[in-house]
Design a binder for this molecule. Structure first.
Ligand SMILES: Nc1nc2c(c(=O)[nH]1)N[C@H]1C(S)=C(S)[C@@H](COP(=O)(O)O)O[C@H]1N2
Ligand SMILES: [Mo]
Length: 398
């Protein structure tokens, strides 16, 4: 079933905006244990953030800046939808300025009718919106899970564009090209670099997922340049690398695309059981693996709140639990705004926290019974991609 929402009235979007505004207005109010969980995500006037002792004192993150990457201090994220200015930013080449007026999306390859679309053409199509949260495939405890964000994306469905061109039977791979370029040494035996565009691909069966968007809006505003203006791909439930920014071409072909970001980079090398044989296996980073992590601890009145997120491929969750100092797993409360592909925020109310150092950790379990692994339980994995292991944090209660 599709999780996407059709936007056919101004009214609905107006309503949503006022809901967002209410969320902001609530942040000025004191959160108490009797208040619903979602109102506690935004910091109350009497809430105190309890610093993590595993973070360097005064840990700060640089602001969004041209040409750079951006990551978060997750303890500062207090909106369900991550605002522009906080949402993480990663690109491997340049950040191209693509003017909306001269922009064209070319749909080429094994199609009956190749297509060239302007932004006006795309904006004339049925608009959809979806909440999708994602992280970089390289997000990890090293940056305290800061390569993360959750936003409401607006645009057209990829299937609606593919419908217009008519796919030929031999077309099995859909390649997405961005406008940004870099020099790549693609063969070890050639002493030569060639200029290439950022590209990612997926099997046609994955591309026909009706939830995939070609997005031109982020949180109800025009897509910012750093996030791929005027058009980007959003593949809900997949790692960030799939969400090609500055999209200019979609190409359908009859074989695997082997560009850097599919064939060589964002490839996890891990020891896995392959049909009964232990092998070193290389896999492209695709669906987000089940992961939870604690983002922030606050003191509100006599209680403490432990806030965290879950990301996965959209499989419904069974539970999220928190353990304190190796004690029993205790069920956390889930934010009612969570949806299939959004990040899933959770909160655990920690009562009677004793003074001193504590270790706290979360784990998520999905409806298939899959439990988020500890770091030790994860397969042996020398590459830095897909760091979904449980992440214990330490705090000092004063
Ligand atoms: N064109 C283009 N798209 C891209 C990239 C890139 O380098 N070029 N980086 C990818 C990676 S690795 C990530 S994690 C996400 C980050 O998206 P964001 O910057 O909007 O958070 O964009 C993806 N899309
Ligand atoms: Mo990434």
């Amino acid at each position: 079933m599709s999780d996407i929402e059709k936007k056919d009235s101004q009214e609905a979007s107006q309503q949503r905006r006022s809901v967002l505004k209410t969320g902001v207005a609530m942040s000025g109010m004191a959160a108490t244990a009797s208040m619903p969980f979602w109102s506690q995500v935004a910091l109350g006037a009497n809430d105190e953030v309890v610093p993590f002792t595993d973070m360097p004192e005064g840990y700060t993150v640089p602001p969004v800046q041209a040409g750079g990457i951006h990551y978060n201090d997750t303890s500062k994220l207090d909106d369900f939808h991550t605002p522009y200015g906080e949402f993480y930013i990663i690109q491997h080449y340049n950040q191209p300025e693509v003017a909306e007026s001269s922009f064209r999306l070319n749909v080429t390859g094994l199609v009956n009718k190749p297509l060239q679309l302007t932004m006006a053409d795309l904006k004339g199509m049925q608009k959809y919106e979806i909440d999708a949260g994602f992280e970089c495939g390289g997000n990890s405890p090293r940056l305290f899970q800061g390569l993360i964000g959750n936003a409401r994306w607006g645009g057209v469905r990829l299937v609606d564009v593919l419908d217009q061109v008519g796919l030929q039977r031999e077309g099995i791979e859909v390649v997405f090209y961005g406008a940004d370029t870099g020099m790549e040494k693609t063969r070890l035996d050639l002493d030569m670099e060639v200029e290439q565009n950022f590209g990612r691909s997926m099997h046609i069966d994955d591309a026909l997922n009706p939830d995939i968007l070609l997005a031109y809006e982020m949180n109800g505003e025009p897509l910012p340049m750093f996030h791929g203006a005027p058009l980007r791909v959003i593949v809900p439930g997949w790692y960030g690398v799939s969400n090609v920014k500055w999209l200019t071409q979609i190409h359908i072909q009859d074989r695997r695309y082997m560009g850097r970001f599919m064939g060589r980079d964002y490839v996890t090398l891990a020891k896995r059981n392959v049909g009964g044989v232990e092998r070193w296996e290389e896999r492209s980073v695709t669906k987000i693996r089940l992961k939870s992590s604690i983002m922030r601890v606050t003191k509100s009145g006599r209680d403490h709140n432990i806030l965290g997120f879950v990301l996965n491929d959209g499989t419904p969750l069974q539970s999220v639990e928190v353990s304190i100092d190796g004690g029993p797993w205790q069920k956390a409360e889930m934010d009612p705004r969570n949806s299939k592909y959004s990040w899933k925020l959770f909160n655990y109310t920690w009562k009677n926290a004793s003074k001193g150092e504590h270790t706290i950790v979360s784990r998520a379990t999905d409806v298939t019974g899959h439990v988020q692994e500890t770091m030790e339980e994860m397969p042996e994995k020398p590459t830095r991609w897909e760091n979904y292991g449980q992440f214990p944090r330490t705090v000092r209660i004063g």
